[in-house]
Design a protein around this ligand. Structure first.
Ligand SMILES: Nc1ncnc2c1ncn2[C@@H]1O[C@H](COP(=O)(O)OP(=O)(O)OP(=O)(O)O)[C@@H](O)[C@H]1O
Length: 263
C-alpha cells in the first residue's frame, strides 16, 4: 500500500512536535502546537505572513530556543541528544533557507561543499565530484559550478541552494518558501524538481510556502498555522473543507479559485 494511503496512525513519523511554545521577550509566537510530519511525504506548511512558519522551522532546527514542548526527529528527542548524536541527526537533514542564503563570496561548487567540509572528511577530488553530482541533480549546467551567486538568475540560485541542502544526502529537507520570487514557469519547474527528487531519493519534505500551485501540485498533505497553533492538517481536501476564516479566505478567495480552476 502506498504510504499516503495508509491510515495516519500507522505511518512512520519523521518529525513529531508536541505542546510547543516559542516566543521572543513578551511576544508568544506559538503555544500548544502539535504536528506530525510523516516519513516520505511532502508537507506544505501555510499560514498568514508573520504567523511563525519560519520560526517553527528554525525551532525544529534548533536555531531558536523553545519555551516548552518536545520535538522528536526520527524518534529522538532533540533535547536529549549528546553532541555527537546531535551532529548525526543534523547530517540527516538539509535546509534551503528563504531567499537561498548562499555565501556570496563563494562559487556554487564551494557553497555546495560547505556542509560537506563541516561533516565529512573527504579528499578535494571527492568533494569536487560530489558537488558536481549535486549540481547536476538539481538541473544546473556544469559551468554553473564556478559562478558566484551574483552571476546567477533567481531560479539558478534556488537550484544551487537546493544542491547545497542535498549535499549530505539528507532524509529530510526543509524548504522555506522555495518558489518565492520565481516567475510561474520557474516556480512550476522548481516544484517538478522537488517532486522528482522526493520520489527518487525517498525524501521527507517540509515546505513552507505561500504558493497555492505548489500545494495543489506537489504536496501530499498541508498543515496551516494560525493563532499560534495548527488550525488544520491533512490532504488538501481537508483544508478546503475547513470553516476556519483564514483557510476559507486563502483557499476560496479570488486568487485561489483561479489556481484551483474551480476546485
Ligand atoms: N529572532 C527573533 N526575535 C524576535 N522576534 C522574531 C524573531 N524571529 C521572528 N520573530 C517574529 O516572529 C513572528 C513570526 O515570524 P516568521 O518569520 O516565522 O513568520 P512567517 O510566518 O514565516 O512569515 P512570512 O510568511 O512573512 O515569511 C514575526 O512577528 C517576527 O517578527
Amino acid at each position: 500500500m502506498p504510504a499516503e494511503a495508509m491510515p495516519e496512525s500507522d505511518r512512520e513519523v519523521a518529525i513529531r512536535i508536541r505542546d510547543l511554545e516559542v516566543g521572543f521577550g513578551e511576544k508568544t509566537i506559538m503555544k500548544g502546537l502539535d504536528l506530525d510530519v510523516y516519513r516520505g511525504e511532502i508537507l506544505g506548511f501555510v499560514g498568514a505572513s508573520g504567523t511563525g512558519k519560519s520560526v517553527l522551522t528554525r525551532a525544529i532546527l534548533g536555531l531558536v530556543p523553545k519555551r516548552r514542548g518536545t520535538i522528536e526527529v526520527f524518534g529522538e528527542n532533540l533535547d536529549e541528544l549528546t553532541p555527537s548524536s546531535r551532529k548525526a541527526i543534523e547530517r540527516r537533514w538539509g535546509v534551503l533557507f528563504q531567499h537561498g542564503a548562499l555565501f556570496s563570496s563563494l562559487t556554487v561548487k564551494q557553497n555546495v561543499q560547505v556542509p560537506m567540509r563541516e561533516y565529512l572528511d573527504l579528499s578535494e577530488r571527492l568533494l569536487d565530484e560530489l558537488a558536481m553530482l549535486k549540481i547536476e541533480m538539481v538541473g544546473l549546467q556544469p559551468d554553473a559550478a564556478e559562478k558566484r551567486p551574483a552571476d546567477l538568475s533567481g531560479g539558478m540560485i534556488k537550484r544551487a541552494a537546493l544542491a547545497r541542502a542535498l549535499a549530505l544526502d539528507p532524509e529530510i529537507v526543509f524548504l522555506d518558501e522555495p518558489t518565492s520570487g520565481l516567475d510561474p514557469i520557474g516556480a512550476g519547474e522548481f516544484d517538478d524538481l522537488i517532486a522528482t527528487l522526493q520520489k527518487t531519493l525517498g525524501l521527507t519534505v517540509f515546505m513552507v510556502t505561500h504558493d497555492l500551485d505548489s500545494l495543489y501540485s506537489v504536496c501530499d498533505r498541508v498543515a496551516a498555522l494560525g493563532d499560534g497553533k495548527i488550525i488544520a492538517a491533512g490532504p488538501i481536501e481537508t483544508l478546503l473543507a475547513s470553516q476556519h476564516p483564514w483557510l476559507r479566505a486563502y483557499f476560496h478567495g479570488k486568487r485561489a479559485r483561479a489556481v484551483a480552476g474551480g476546485v
